[in-house]
Structures are given as structure tokens and as C-alpha cells.
Design a binder for this molecule. Structure first.
Ligand code: MOS
Length: 729
């Protein structure tokens, strides 16, 4: 009953265009929305499990040395305290959520301030919190380790380096060139829902109610950390209050809850406090990026250089892939790129909201704006002139690319032609500027499985361990199944977030909807074939709509065809040759109008528009929401967002939502989004590409480029807070 599908050839049949139900692409509401807004969707920390006790985690006060809990016995005797646990198996760093890297354990040595090194368990949460605060943590043989990315030791990342042609020569001979260095700070993923887990054991079988993005990996990570077989571990995660990368891999509280629950023989709930989310989950690396561009008199690039430095803890392999889109976005035959990874003792760096492009495209787009100004060419026109025919490094074709259309259509929708000259427009105390930037993000398809059951009562059920992290998975998988099986959306039940179900791609890297959606599509295709066999017609000749099947000039209710049977198929999709055969990416363009206060340098975004192309849009409402979310984060990245580290020991100085400034409603004006119609046959049989992260991949540059247009000031050190803007004015 397993239907295998490997993406080895373009899906030119475009079957979804033939279907009759009209669900795919429709702007349908999320079916679980009412549960969420009424507070009745149960999130990880809200489960009530019989006999449950509470754990609170304890942080390291410095960044090296062996950890000793000096008053451990005293704390263990406080009222209600059940155990003070220090265990080699506790996670030292959160896991990255990738298939090949085992979680880093060994919490008995500190590597960064705020690392979670022990868990105190008590009958009540208040008792556990009191005991955890009473614990004296002493570090033996610890001296402060390096925390500064400028002075720390670096390792060259050879696999990311590129040297093509002669960039120096191109710059020397260029009519126009720029050589600029920008820095971007660390960012925290900052999900609304803190990381939380409830662990309960039944003999040797562990059930963990958690909040995670990629359950099949998280289950393996948890099993690996505990030293048990993955078959013994079940993770349940039906609702996730945001992840933004920090829940791709296992966080420390899950292992702590599992160890404590085993030791005590009782279910244990551990939730990170907000400060702990900032100190011990995942940060985006700060970056330093030098971009060199060389162009002829008409602004045509013949040289492009991008050199970056990022950081991570010793031993971690993740390096913020900032060069990712610089490899293919623009033309230029002489190209040079390099990447250095600084080793330092800040909290673990990993995937946060479009790792790579979010900061890499942003800086590239700032440099392009600088070149446009230098060359006296309109910024949109400069980009149009530099769209490469093929991938400028590999020579591969693009799978689909409405980049030009996004630039042109976005400019029209925004009214770009009314852009003022630099420092030209003033309204009272406000200086007004327009800025724009391109958007680009790689596209990938991942292994994913889903089971679909067509039931004799005319309903269907979709089951997979795929997650919905607020993105719309419940909605979209139901739409695809309904479309393929000819059932209204309310006759599809979508069950997610449980590792007892077929393993999915998980939510990450913008691949979730396409990958898990394809597995549902493949299962439904198999169901359609079986229906066709029963009716002795070709599958293509079936028309399924509203629970009825029309074929060979007759119409029957599905229930009559099924005659009491259920048809169950498992769809199993794997990436194939099309991943390598062509360059797959999504594209777009952002336009922003900003107002900068002439006296204070404060910037307000007045309006912002994005035009995006990401293959077939599966749900116009959830796709638009993703783009609005990305652009909102772009506003934060441009103006306020910065994880601030103490220069002495690297501790996070702004570890709460009050001081870590993600944009709030008052910061976000009317955002408009245009989704361009597109089909990508190479990406998936849905002809869809990932859209989740596209909205942030360059967005901040539209705003900072607008600040330049308003004020003539280039802030090359993100975020462009008023103190930096006013200094230049
Ligand atoms: Mo994403 S940063 O891959 O959740």
C-alpha cells in the first residue's frame, strides 16, 4: 500500500490543474484557527498528565569550567523538592535538527553563560522554581573564554568558497564599483510559545508532549541523548506556537524532563522561562559581510564578491549560510566568495528565520543600492539589467523564475516611479524616502510520508507526523486531499504532530508544505487509481467532485463505489534528479516608504509592498500571511532587532520580549503582498515551491535603502536605530 515517488523528472502533466473541487490555491481559513483563538488548542505545557510534577532548569553563570552544585543537599531538602539532577546526558547545546548530527551532550561543563546545566524537580512549579533559584552553581577551573567575533579564532569554510575569473581585475577595469562591509547582529527566533516538554514513561516507553518542528529528527535526537532505541520514543506535538528555527532540533528541556521522569517514576513537565529561551535555544549568528561589485557604464555586473564571517560555539558545524543566494541571484562572470567561522562562547548558533538569505540577501541588496546610486541608475533598473540568463556559476537553467515580473509588477503596485531623489522630500519634521530590494531563497524538496484513507462514509483522513507551526499545514494538506479526492474541505480530517504517524519532512527551510503536500498528493493519486480500477476506467477519466465520481457518462456517490471498504494509501515522496538538474529558487521584490524624523533620526515604515513568485500557491491566505510575517521580521531586522551580548562574558543582556525588540503592531504599517501565478514543474508534482521564508529574504534592505533615499545616510551596522541614523545626518 506504499506509493513511492521520486522527483526525478519534471511533472509536466500538471494534474492539479485538471481537478474539479477548486480547493487548491483557495484562500481558505485554517480549520484549527477557532481552537487557537479560543484557547482550546492544547499546547505542550498545557497538558494535564496524572501525577505530573514540575522541573525548572538551572543556568550556568559563566562560560567555562566544571559545574559544581555546592549546596545541592540543602536544596534537595527544601519543601516539595523531589530531585536535583545533574546528568551527563543533559544537552549542552540545543540540537540542530539535522539528520546527521547527534545532539551535543555533557552539561557538566559550561560553554556559554545561560547554558542549562541541571534541573530541579518538585511537587509544584513554585517549589521547583524556588529551589532552582536557591541552588548555588560554582564553576571549577573556569577562565572566561573568547566571546568576540572580531578577535576570536576563525576557521575558513572551504566548501563555501568560490573563485571564478578575476574579480580584482574586474574591479580595476570597472566603470562603477562598490566595496562595502555591513554587519548584522545576532537574532533570537523568539517564538511566542516557550520551549516546553512533558515526559512520561510507561516501562521503557517514553511519551514526550513537546513543541517541535521536525518530529522524526527530534525523536531520534531524544533517543540518542537518552541512549534508548527510537522505537521507544513517541513525540506528540499537534500545536506549535511558533518555532522560527529554534524548534527544528531538540531543546534542553526535553532531555531534562525525560531523565527526571525516568528517575522519579512520575511524569515531569519542564518549560523554559522566557529568559532561558533567549539564553539557551538558538540564535542566528551575527555576520560581517563584505560585498564588492564591479559594473560597466550601463550598470551591467562583471564582478561580484561576497566575503562573510559568522560564528558558532566550538564543535558546532552550523555556519549561517549567508552566501547562498549570492551564488545565483545576479550575473557577473568574475566571482569570488569566502566564509569564515569564528569560534566563540556565545549561545549556540543555528537556523533562525531563513538562515542565510535573511541576512545575506539583505546585505547584497544594500550593496546593489549603493551601486545604483554610484552609477546613477534606478535601483529597479539595475536589478533588471543583471538578471542572469542561467545560473552564473553552474550554468544550469532556472526551474522557474518570475523575478523580472516581481520587480516590474511590484514597482507598479507600489508607485515606484514617484520615488523622490535623495533627501528631496520632506513633510514637516519627517524626511521621506523610498527603498527597494530583491527577494531570493533556495527551494528544496525533502523526504516525506503521509497516509490517506478514503472512507466509505465519504470522508477522508490524512495522517502524518508533519507539524503545523502556525503556518497552515492543517489547512493545506486538507485542501490537497480534498482536491484530489473530490471532497469538500470539511469532509477531510487532518491528523498531525505525532511520531506514531508516518514520518514527514517537518517544518523547516520552507520545504514543509511542498514536501508533505506532495506525499498527500501521491497517496491520493494511488487512491484514484484504485477507484479507477474498480470502475474499469482510466484514472485520468475520473472526475471527482463533492463526494461523487463521474466517469463514462455516469455519476455515482463515492460511498456506492467503495461499498463499505476503506482505501488506504501511504504516499512516500523523495527528492530526486530534479534537485540537481536545475537551479531551484523563489524570487520577489520589496518596496518600502519610510519616514525619518529630522530631529531624532527615528525611522517609521509608512507602507511596504512585496511581490513574490513561489510556484503554485497552495492557499492564497496562508501564503500571504507567511509573506507578511517575513516582511514584519524584515522591519524588525532593519530597525530594532538585536540580540545584545555582554562584551566580557558573552551573556545575553536583553533576554526578554521587553528588551529584545521584535516589531509590534505599532511598528508595522499596511503591508501588501502580491503572489504571482507560477508553475514549477521541477520542484514538485504540485508545481509549488516553498514560500514560508521568502518574505524575509532581503526585506530589511528595502527599509535601510529607503533611509538612504530619505536622509543620504548609509547605516552599515544593523539595526538602523535612531542613534546611528542621526549621527550621519
Ligand atoms: Mo526554519 S529557520 O528552517 O525553521
Amino acid at each position: 500500500m506504499t506509493e513511492h515517488f521520486k522527483m526525478d523528472a519534471p511533472a509536466t502533466d500538471r494534474r492539479l490543474d485538471d481537478m474539479a473541487q477548486g480547493l487548491v490555491g483557495a484562500p481558505l481559513d485554517r480549520p484549527e484557527g477557532p481552537l487557537k483563538v479560543s484557547g482550546t488548542a492544547t499546547y505542550a505545557n498545557e497538558w494535564q498528565v496524572d501525577g505530573m510534577v514540575h522541573g525548572v532548569m538551572v543556568r550556568a553563570p559563566t562560560n567555562s569550567g566544571r559545574i559544581v552544585l555546592s549546596n545541592r543537599d540543602e536544596v534537595a531538602n527544601l519543601p516539595g523538592v523531589l530531585s536535583v539532577i545533574q546528568d551527563e546526558r543533559l544537552l549542552r547545546n540545543p540540537a540542530q535538527g539535522t539528520a546527521n548530527q547527534a545532539p551535543v551532550q555533557g552539561a557538566q561543563h559550561a560553554a556559554y553563560v545561560g547554558q542549562l546545566i541541571a534541573v530541579v524537580v518538585a511537587e509544584s512549579f513554585e517549589q521547583a522554581r524556588h529551589a532552582a533559584q536557591s541552588l548555588q552553581v560554582v564553576l571549577e577551573n573556569g577562565e572566561l573564554m573568547p566571546v568576540d567575533p572580531v578577535t576570536a579564532a576563525v576557521e575558513a569554510q572551504e566548501d563555501q568558497a568560490l573563485d571564478q575569473g578575476d574579480l580584482e581585475g574586474a574591479i580595476t577595469g570597472a566603470a562603477h564599483s562598490v566595496d562595502v562591509t555591513y554587519t548584522t547582529p545576532s537574532h533570537s527566533s523568539s517564538p511566542m510559545e516557550p520551549h516546553a516538554s512533558i515526559a512520561s514513561w510507561d516501562g521503557d516507553d517514553l511519551t514526550l508532549r513537546g513543541s517541535y518542528q521536525m518530529l522524526k529528527y527530534n525523536r531520534n535526537e531524544l533517543a540518542d541523548a537518552l541512549g534508548v532505541h527510537p522505537d521507544r520514543v513517541r513525540i506528540i506535538s499537534p500545536y506549535v506556537g511558533g518555532g522560527f528555527g529554534s524548534k527544528l532540533g531538540l531543546a534542553p528541556e526535553a532531555v531534562a524532563a525525560a531523565i527526571a521522569a525516568k528517575e522519579l517514576g512520575r511524569p515531569v513537565s519542564v518549560a523554559l522561562q522566557r529568559q532561558q529561551v533567549y539564553e539557551a535555544t538558538m540564535r542566528r549568528s551575527e555576520t560581517s559581510q563584505r560585498v564588492r561589485l564591479a559594473a560597466d557604464a550601463e550598470g551591467r555586473l562583471n564582478g561580484l564578491g561576497h566575503d562573510a564571517r559568522v560564528s558558532n560555539l566550538p564543535g558546532e558545524t552550523f555556519a549561517e549560510p549567508v552566501l547562498q543566494a549570492s551564488h545565483f541571484l545576479y550575473a557577473g562572470e568574475n566571482r569570488q566568495m569566502s566564509m569564515e567561522l569564528a569560534r566563540l562562547h556565545r549561545l549556540c548558533a543555528g537556523s533562525v528565520r531563513a538562515p542565510g538569505e535573511a541576512v545575506g540577501v539583505t546585505v547584497l541588496e544594500n550593496a546593489m543600492d549603493e551601486l545604483a546610486h554610484e552609477a546613477g541608475i534606478d535601483p529597479v533598473e539595475l536589478r533588471l539589467r543583471n538578471i542572469p540568463e542561467k545560473d552564473p556559476e553552474s550554468g544550469k537553467e532556472f526551474s522557474s523564475r518570475r523575478f523580472r515580473d516581481a520587480l516590474e509588477s511590484g514597482a507598479r503596485a507600489f508607485g515606484w516611479s514617484k520615488r523622490p531623489g535623495v533627501m528631496e522630500r520632506r513633510e514637516g519634521e519627517w524626511l521621506i524616502g523610498y527603498g527597494m530590494a530583491s527577494a531570493a531563497r533556495i527551494n528544496v524538496l525533502m523526504d516525506s510520508q503521509a497516509r490517506v484513507a478514503l472512507q466509505p462514509d465519504g470522508r477522508a483522513r490524512v495522517e502524518t507526523d508533519m507539524t503545523d507551526i502556525g503556518t497552515g499545514t492543517y489547512a493545506i494538506l486538507g485542501q490537497i486531499a480534498g482536491e484530489m479526492l473530490g471532497l469538500p474541505r470539511d469532509r477531510i480530517d487532518v491528523v498531525l504532530g505525532d511520531t506514531d504517524l508516518p514520518p514527514a519532512a517537518g517544518s523547516g527551510g520552507s520545504w514543509g508544505a511542498t514536501s508533505s503536500g506532495t506525499s498527500v498528493y501521491v497517496a491520493c493519486q494511488a487512491i484514484r487509481r484504485q477507484l479507477a480500477e474498480r470502475l474499469e476506467v482510466e484514472e485520468q477519466d475520473l472526475l471527482l467532485k463533492d463526494g461523487r465520481v463521474t466517469y463514462a457518462n455516469q455519476t455515482k456517490a463515492l460511498g456506492d463505489v467503495l461499498q463499505g471498504d476503506e482505501i488506504v494509501k501511504l504516499g512516500y515522496v523523495q527528492p530526486g534528479d530534479t534537485s540537481e538538474a536545475v537551479r531551484q529558487a523563489t524570487f520577489g521584490a520589496y518596496f518600502a516608504e519610510v519616514a525619518v524624523h529630522a530631529a531624532s533620526g527615528e525611522t517609521r515604515v509608512r507602507r511596504m509592498h512585496g511581490s513574490f513568485a513561489a510556484g503554485r500557491i497552495l492557499n492564497a491566505k496562508t501564503a500571504r500571511s507567511q509573506c507578511i510575517g517575513g516582511m514584519t521580521f524584515g522591519i524588525g531586522m532593519a530597525l530594532t532587532e538585536e540580540l545584545a551580548f555582554d562584551p566580557r562574558d558573552g551573556h545575553v543582556a536583553n533576554h526578554n520580549l521587553a528588551e529584545y525588540h521584535i516589531p509590534v503592531n505599532a511598528d508595522v504599517p499596511q503591508l501588501t503582498v502580491e503572489l504571482l501565478e507560477e508553475r514549477d514543474d521541477w520542484a514538485s508534482p504540485l508545481q509549488a515551491k516553498g514560500i514560508g521564508e521568502l518574505g524575509i529574504c532581503g526585506a530589511a534592505a528595502a527599509i535601510t535603502n529607503g533611509i538612504f533615499n530619505a536622509t543620504g545616510v548609509r547605516v552599515r551596522d544593523y539595526p538602523a536605530t535612531l542613534d546611528k541614523v542621526i549621527t550621519g545626518m
